[in-house]
Design a protein around this ligand. Sequence first.
Ligand code: BG6
Length: 475
Amino acid sequence: MSLKKDFLWGGAVAAHQLEGAYNVAGKGVSIMDVSTGGTKDTPRRITNGIVEGEYYPNHEAIDFYHHYKEDIAMFAEMGFKCFRTSIAWTRIYPTGLEEEPNEEGLKFYDDMFDECLKHGIKPVITLSHFEMPYHLVEVYGGWRDRKLIDLFVKFAKTCFERYKDKVEYWMTFNEINNQANYNSEGSIYGDSGIIYTPEDHREQVMYQASHYELVASAKAIEIGHQINPNFKIGCMIAMCPIYPYSCAPEDILMAHKAMEKRYYYTDVHVFGKYPPNITKLWERKGFDMDVTKEDLEVLKKGCVDYIGFSYYMSFAIKQKAENIYYDYDESHDLVRNPHVEASDWGWQVDPVGLRYALNWFTDHYHKPLFIVENGLGAYDKVEENGEIHDHYRIDYLRKHIEQMKKAVDEDGVDLMGYTPWGCIDLVAASTGQMSKRYGFIYVDKQDDGTGSFDRSRKDSFYWYQKVIKTNGEDL
Ligand code: BG6
């Protein structure tokens, strides 16, 4: 038996991608409520507030808000030990600026967590999963402004106090490092609610917003540990290992320098300070960063208990002769890895990369790890008899779990749990599609918003049930 007895098998989602009910019970407009549907080739658009005639897939999503009891019962049927979701900031503080939280919003999560606990499922909660109040974008330009630190901490404190006896596992910012890809407008919008202007120096704006979030995260962690010393509070990092394209020394160094820039967030979360390669980069580029002495003290006091991370794919990179400082611009510098296949959305499928990632994190940080997202977005076909034979999804997950077990068995990685992404079909974050499905549970909701919202079990549902039952022995 390789995995711990109390290994946290479960599934992961985020409030904005499944709850729907976007304006119910006092909820405010979040940044994803003004994001239209898109496709693999047509990016989602951010509208100026909610515009009549536009289609916003997150408004209704799969209406988990009204279906959570039946959905959680199905998670329990699969044997989930935990359920990762987020608390929509806008249900608690609709604009982010209120002095008092919205009781109806708090009550929804009370009821939902009670439902989980009734089934022996532990909630694993992300505080900020691409869903900050849109109002804060309008008045402050999102995380461009230092004021966001206290507003986030207020929200975090409210959640910690309210759910201190119901939730033990927390994470502060989902995939905080997506924005390391500073030329991607979608990444910085999701992470920080920032809409670039033509005058922006994008890289500097990104480092500044990230700094405020890291300070906010540390402050929240310190407060959380005071509220309940048993809390386990982690960070959440999007892990895509960056491989050198070849064994040319320049490619090796390039991959290393790229990893530094994508993963320095973990250093700050774990060690409470910036690695020298980042502060040197700021100096070299002449970035005028607002980083105070007090901030640096705060960072030291709010270190994480574990590293939560998502893993979907790996990247590869080649050094370009003109890039003399080995700078990293993710939108332009990555190359296709000829050794791995890609999904229908071009994500490079690489199970061994998961073992690599687990080893890399362990070697660098010596912390417990939690795989809080992994999965395959794919088109599913419903047969005439209603069955869904998603062998491609089973195959993907099986291969990743095999590598995860090797990392534990052979490499000694300290692994807390595994929560595959989108355990129930939901709205894809990058494209806004329903047709990019991850679930063990199929939801009859389509890209154009039609559908009955009926739930049904895919083949992977029964497979995952067996995996959990045997603690990962029978794959
Ligand atoms: C991660 C996010 O980036 O990947 C999730 O934390 C997201 O919110 C998931 O849904 C899969 O991406 P997508 O775009 O296929 O939904």
